[in-house]
Design a protein around this ligand. Structure first.
Ligand code: GTP
Length: 598
C-alpha cells in the first residue's frame, strides 16, 4: 500500500468519554467485523478492564475504509492505555502514529486526563481532530466545549466532529476526517535496512509472545531473522499478521504499516516497549531515538493470608510476570507475615490491577502491605541507597539525609469544591504551582510528594468533590525532606508490615490516627493489648485495647442453640482472614484500613 493511502492514529480521551464505543463504531461501520461477531467494547479484552471501564493494554485494529474520493484507505487505530501509570506506553504508542482523535464528552468537557493525553499527542507532533461525543444527550453543550478546547488546549475546534458513538450519529464524518485531516506516514523506504518500533507485546496462550510493531523503514517478511537492538535478542519471524482485530496473516509489512509477529519469544520480559527491531543480517545503523525502560515507582509486599499458599502465590506471580514486563518482584520475608514478595509497580492502578488478578484469577487471599515509594538514602559514610521497603531502613544515626519522589498533579474541579481540594493538597504537603480557570472549573497544579498520593489521595479527592474532580500526575524528580520511619508495635511486638516513612512534622498525627484505627480494627482478646507508634524506639502515640470479658455468645440470651452455632461458625470463618502476631490476631483488612487517613 502506498503511504498516501495509510492513516495511523490513536484516540485520546478521558475515561468514560467514549473512546471504546467510538472504536467499536468505526469497526462496525467499515464492516471490519461481521455484525454477528460484534460484541460491545471489542477492544477491551480483559474482564477487569471491562469491569472497571479502563483500557490497560494497548490494542490495535486495521480498518479498510472506502473513502468518498473513491480510494480505499487503510486506517490503523492504536488504542492507547488511558491511565497515567502507563504514561510511557502511551507516549511510545503515540510515536508510532501520526494523528489523534481527541474525544471529549460534550456533556462534561475537558478533564485532567484529556489534557495529559493530548499534550503527549502534541509532543509526538500529531495532527489532532477534535471529536465531541454524546451529542445525543440533552445536557450536551458542544459550543461551550469547543470554546473550552480552544482556551485550555489551544487547538482549533471550529471543525470538530459532533457525534454520538452510541447512536452512530456523525461516525461517517469521523472516517472522512481521518482521511482528509490526518497526515499519511511521513516517509519510509521499503528497500532500506529494517527499522521497526516495538509498540507493545503480550502473551497469547496459543501463540506465545505476540509483538506489535510499526514499520518505519524497510520491509518485514515472514521467515525473516530479526534482532532487537536494545536487548540483543534474535528471533525468526514465524507468523506475520495484521489485526482486524482478529489476526489475519500477511506475507510482508512495509513502511507505515502496523502489524504483529511471533517468533518463539519465551516471555514478554524479553521484549521492551520502544525497542527497535531490525534484520540480523542487514541491520540498521542506528536505533530509533528516545528509548527508556519503564521503572516501577510504587512498591508493596504481597503475602498469602494462609502461609500454606506461598507456593501458589509464587506460581501465580511468575505467570503474571510473563505477561507484564513492567511489574517486578522478589522474595521477601517478614517477621510478622512470613514468606511473600516485594513487588514493584508503575503506579497505583497498576498495583490494584495486579493484586486483583492474583486474587481473582488465581484465587489467593492476599495481605497487601502499605504501598511505599522509592526513597533515596544518603548515608553519612557517603554511600547512596534506594529504599524500596521501610522495613529495610538502616539506623537513623547512619543516615545523612533522605530524598523523596515528587509529582506534578493537575486537578480539574468545579469551583464549589475548590476549597476542599486546596485543603486536601495542603494537608498532603502540597505546594501550589498554578490555579487557573477552564470555563466554570478551576484547574490547579500542585507539587506533591508521591508518598502522600500513593495511598488514598484519589479516593479522598473523589469523596470531597463528590466525584466531580479529575486528576492526573507526572513524576517530577527527587527532593530532600525531613523523613523518618515510623514503627507500629502491637502488644509490644513491632509489626514490620505496618511500618511506614512519614514526614517528621506529621509523624505524631499519623501515629495517633494509626493507633486509633488499629484499636477499632483489631478484635478484643482475653488480655489487654497496647498499640503504639514509635520513631527510633521513642513512642509517639499509644492506645490500649481493653481485654475481652464476656463470652461472645453471651449476647444470644441462653436457649437458641442454632444461633449460637451460627455465631461460632461465623467467627471461625472470620478467623481465616486473620494473621497471628505473637499472641494477637490481626485481621487482613487492618493492614490497608489502618493507613487510610480521614
Ligand atoms: P475507557 O476506554 O474505559 O477509558 O472509556 P471510554 O472512553 O472508552 O468510554 P466508553 O466507550 O466505555 O464509554 C463510557 C460510557 O459512555 C459507556 O457507558 C457508553 O455506553 C457511554 N457512551 C459512549 N458514547 C456515548 C454517546 O455517544 N452517547 C451516550 N449517551 N452515551 C455514550
Amino acid at each position: 500500500t502506498p503511504l498516501s493511502r495509510i492513516r495511523n492514529f490513536s484516540i485520546v480521551a478521558h475515561i468514560d468519554h467514549g473512546k471504546s464505543t467510538l472504536a467499536d463504531r468505526l469497526i462496525q461501520l467499515t464492516g471490519t467485523v461481521a455484525e454477528r461477531d460484534m460484541k460491545e467494547q471489542m477492544l477491551d479484552a480483559m474482564d477487569i478492564e471491562r469491569e472497571r471501564g479502563i483500557t490497560i493494554k494497548a490494542n490495535t485494529v486495521r480498518i479498510e475504509y472506502p473513502a468518498k474520493d473513491g480510494q480505499t484507505y487503510i486506517l490503523n487505530l492504536i488504542d492507547t492505555p488511558g491511565h497515567v501509570d502507563f504514561a510511557y506506553e502511551v507516549s511510545r504508542s503515540m510515536r508510532a502514529v501520526e494523528g489523534s482523535l481527541l474525544v471529549v464528552d460534550a456533556t462534561q468537557g475537558v478533564e485532567a486526563q484529556t489534557l495529559a493525553n493530548v499534550y503527549t499527542a502534541i509532543d509526538a507532533n500529531h495532527e489532532i481532530v477534535p471529536v465531541l461525543n454524546k451529542i445525543d444527550l440533552p445536557a450536551a453543550e458542544p459550543e461551550r466545549v469547543k470554546e473550552q478546547i480552544e482556551d485550555v488546549i489551544g487547538i482549533d475546534a471550529s471543525e470538530a466532529c459532533l457525534i454520538s458513538a452510541k447512536t452512530g450519529i456523525g461516525i461517517p464524518d469521523v472516517l472522512e476526517a481521518i482521511v482528509k485531516r490526518l497526515p499519511p506516514p511521513h516517509s519510509g523506504d521499503p528497500d532500506a535496512p529494517l527499522k521497526a518500533m516495538l509498540v507493545d507485546s503480550w502473551y497469547d496462550s496459543y501463540l506465545g509472545v505476540v509483538v506489535l510493531v510499526r514499520i518505519m523503514d524497510g520491509t518485514l517478511r515472514k521467515g525473516d531473522n530479526i534482532r532487537m537492538m536494545r536487548t540483543g535478542g534474535k528471533y525468526g519471524v514465524d507468523k506475520l499478521a495484521v489485526l482486524k482485530p482478529a489476526m489475519t496473516d500477511v506475507k510482508e509489512l512495509g513502511p507505515g504499516e502496523i502489524g504483529v509477529f511471533t517468533g518463539s519469544i519465551k516471555q514478554v520480559r524479553d521484549t521492551r516497549v520502544g525497542d527497535t527491531i531490525t534484520h540480523d543480517k542487514r541491520p540498521a545503523d542506528k536505533a530509533l531515538p528516545g528509548f527508556k525502560p519503564s521503572v516501577p515507582v510504587v512498591f508493596c509486599g504481597l503475602f498469602p493470608v494462609d502461609a500454606n499458599e506461598f507456593e501458589d502465590l509464587r506460581d501465580a506471580i511468575e505467570k503474571l510476570a510473563l505477561n507484564d514486563a513492567s511489574f517486578t518482584y522478589e522474595m521477601e520475608t517478614s517477621a510478622a507475615l512470613g514468606f511473600g514478595f516485594r513487588c514493584g509497580f508503575l503506579g497505583l492502578l497498576h498495583l490494584e490491577v495486579v493484586r486483583d488478578r492474583l486474587e481473582r484469577e488465581y484465587d489467593i487471599d492476599l495481605i497487601t502491605t502499605a504501598p511505599s515509594v522509592v526513597y533515596h538514602l544518603f548515608l553519612k559514610d557517603g554511600t547512596q541507597l534506594e529504599l524500596h521497603n521501610p522495613a529495610d531502613m538502616p539506623d537513623l544515626s547512619t543516615v545523612d539525609h533522605i530524598e523523596e519522589p515528587r509529582i506534578k498533579a493537575t486537578i480539574l474541579v468545579p469551583d464549589e469544591y475548590l476549597g476542599d481540594v486546596l485543603k486536601l493538597c495542603q494537608d498532603r504537603r502540597g505546594i501550589q504551582l498554578d490555579l487557573t480557570y477552564a470555563g466554570p472549573r478551576a484547574m490547579v497544579v500542585y507539587d506533591l510528594p508521591l508518598n502522600e498520593v500513593v495511598f488514598d489521595f484519589y479516593d479522598r479527592l473523589k469523596s470531597v468533590t463528590k466525584g466531580y474532580a479529575s486528576f492526573d500526575y507526572q513524576m517530577e524528580g527527587y527532593r530532600e525532606d525531613n523523613l523518618v520511619k515510623m514503627q507500629v508495635l502491637v502488644n509490644d511486638e513491632p509489626v514490620d508490615a505496618l511500618s511506614m516513612m512519614v514526614h517528621r512534622d506529621r509523624a505524631e498525627m499519623r501515629g495517633r490516627a494509626m493507633c486509633e484505627k488499629l484499636k477499632d480494627l483489631i478484635p478484643r482478646h482475653m488480655f489487654k493489648i497496647p498499640i503504639q507508634a514509635a520513631i527510633g524506639g521513642k513512642v509517639i502515640a499509644r492506645e490500649t485495647l481493653s481485654a475481652l470479658r464476656k463470652d461472645v455468645t453471651a449476647k444470644c440470651y441462653g436457649g437458641d442453640a442454632t444461633r449460637k452455632k451460627k455465631l461460632l461458625e461465623k467467627q471461625k470463618a472470620g478467623k481465616k482472614k486473620m494473621r497471628q502476631f505473637g499472641k494477637v490476631e490481626i485481621p487482613q483488612e487492618a493492614f490497608i484500613s489502618a493507613l487510610k487517613m480521614d
